[in-house]
Design a protein. Sequence first.
Length: 335
Amino acid sequence: MTQLAEDETPARIRRSTIGVISLIVLLHVLGWGVLILLVIPAGIPLGGGGGTVVTLGVGLTAYALGVRHAFDADHIAAIDNTARRLAERGKPASTVGFWFSLGHSTIVVVLCILLTLGITAIGSSLADDSSALRTWTGVIGPTVSGVFLLVIAAINIASLRRRHGHAGGPVLRMLGPFEKAVDRPSRMYIVGLLFGLGFDTATEIGLLALAGAATLAAVPWWAALTLPILFAAGMSAFDTTQGAVMRLAYTWQPGRRHLGRVYAMAMTGLSVAAAVLIASVQLADVLVANLGLGGPLPWLASVGIDDLGLVLTGVLLVTWAAVLFVTRWPRLRTS
């Protein structure tokens, strides 16, 4: 494992982690505090109708949509592969998920602000699958996501080969500029921002529908904005947890050299395979929808990856737990 740079000392990393946790807590306090202490007592109908239960239910729905979005397959693959790459280089990786979710949330919050300002054309364009906005974002978001996942997967494969005694090769040298561009967790903010340009997933559309309904009910702008804040709170909490857990998984050493090598290859192989699969489906969908390409692409584009993020998280954690069990269980340890 490489040594930490001078600006990546344990004290600095600890301060950064505390700052991230504080921001996540602030989002929760702001979102739930405004909803419970101001919106509900004032009888503001966020759900298009009166009643505490309805308003609280709308808030819970916005939060749940954020949590669900954190487990989207592209989120999991991007955070997991980036955390693995940074951890392998001895760099801090616990806050990768937070910065990614913050960038992604920025797009959603901006859209909701536009809706609350009465720019209804945004809502109409998002609801219309044939609109120019949906067409362009349907290309930009998945393309950025797909290319990023393929590049980060290639870097992880090349670096794993180098770690086990193979030369880095031309691929790693060619991807050097990308490594420098995303060489710390905070750089994932831009990645999350670009991923968010797609904003065509069911969770994001669902949130925008809630915000649009609140706007139509003529509620104050600050009340309507509790919904994207709750969405961001839910997504940031679980994306951050995902990144922190995978950082622990990738820096943990089984204690035996051979087992550690198998463990590293298994974890990296799972992450890379998932990233390649998700990227291939996303890019195939873009090519089929916009260029009408045939062959195997329509079949690939039809592959369902909606729940792959949950599956991938489970498989990675099970792999980690299995190796931990083998390491700790006396009867399975070799002398």
